[in-house]
Design a protein around this ligand. Structure first.
Ligand SMILES: [Zn+2]
Length: 325
């Protein structure tokens, strides 16, 4: 065997390439829409990523759609005075996210719109549900998550993405959708969401830091991998259409294992901290940004991800991906 024969020039390398080239169709771009601002505001720890006003979010969604990226995932950020202990802003018809969904769907109806379903952006304590006795109460929380998901479906979301890591949340949401004739709305479940230090910058972006404690009573311990399969199986049984692994970098074994064992559509979420690391090092001139981003994204695909949620989606497509379709 002369292994270097396979690598001797570009033609040979392409011929022996195993994982398909990254495609724009693989990508999902996160978009933050914030109540009560005009224009857009850059996120301190994520240069190049913004919180958008309602109007700007519609323009941004249109720009993303024009690049060929088929999907966005939307996060809403209410005014601080609209946050309360029970996150009521999350299930308000006039809330920021239902408004944004309606406005975007009107202008770019073909863009696949995924709405994140959680309460942490809307609660004064920053936890992902109703707190009772110092911990998030599962039963009361999943009832509300089901209401939120239905509201987003009614506003026009194509898909809902429950991210609270509550037991039974997918079933509660699915039942609510089916009962109200929204069974065509799909569920991308944050099935395998680790409690991770990589989420730091997101909390600047979504203004959702927990005001006490942390999320370890509901998010997964990163020492565990069999649990990823168990969580995914439960979500599939409850009605998920796509399961998700989050974060992505540092968790490619989990993406691989999930895909290999379950043979089910898998998304991975390359999170804010992954973006911030590469962006900061690139701005300093320590890394070649293009090389690193394409290498990382291709790595997720090689591991088995069918969909990649990344803050680099729009930039990568615009600047660096030659194979766009
Ligand atoms: Zn949350």
């Amino acid at each position: 065997m002369r292994m270097r024969e396979r690598r001797k020039n570009q033609t040979a390398r392409e011929k022996f390439r195993q994982t398909q080239e990254l495609s724009v169709k693989d990508l999902i771009m996160p978009v933050f829409v914030k109540e009560g601002i005009s224009g857009k505001k850059e996120i301190r720890s994520m240069p190049g990523i913004y919180q958008f006003s309602l109007k700007e979010a519609v323009k941004e969604a249109t720009r993303i759609y024009k690049t060929g990226i088929p999907s966005i995932i939307l996060f809403g950020i209410p005014l601080a005075r609209h946050k309360d202990a029970i996150g009521s802003g999350a299930y308000d018809q006039a809330g920021i996210l239902p408004q944004a969904i309606r406005a975007i769907k009107k202008v770019v109806p073909k863009l696949n719109l995924i709405a994140d379903v959680c309460m942490c952006e809307y609660t004064s304590h920053g936890h992902c549900g109703i707190v009772k006795g110092g911990d998030v109460d599962n039963i009361s929380t999943i009832k509300i998550l089901a209401q939120i998901a239905l509201l987003y479906a009614q506003a026009g979301a194509d898909m809902v993405a429950p991210s609270a890591m509550m037991d039974g949340q997918v079933k509660a949401i699915k039942d609510g959708l089916v009962r109200n004739n929204y069974s065509k709305v799909k569920i991308m479940a944050y099935s395998v969401k680790y409690s991770s230090g990589f989420y730091g910058p997101f909390r600047d972006a979504a203004e959702s830091s927990p005001q006490f404690g942390d999320r370890r009573t509901y998010q997964m311990d990163y020492h565990n991998s069999d649990e990823a399969i168990l969580e995914s199986k439960l979500d599939i049984k409850e009605g998920a259409d796509i399961i998700m692994v989050k974060p992505a970098l540092g968790y490619q074994d989990i993406i691989y294992k999930t895909k290999k064992e379950l043979k089910f559509p898998v998304a991975c979420y390359s999170v804010s901290g992954e973006y911030a690391m590469i962006k900061a090092a690139s701005l300093k001139g320590y890394l070649d940004e293009k090389k690193i981003v394409l290498e990382a994204l291709t790595g997720f695909k090689r591991a088995g991800a069918d969909f990649i949620i990344t803050y680099y989606a729009a930039e990568a497509v615009k600047k660096w991906m030659k194979n766009k379709k």
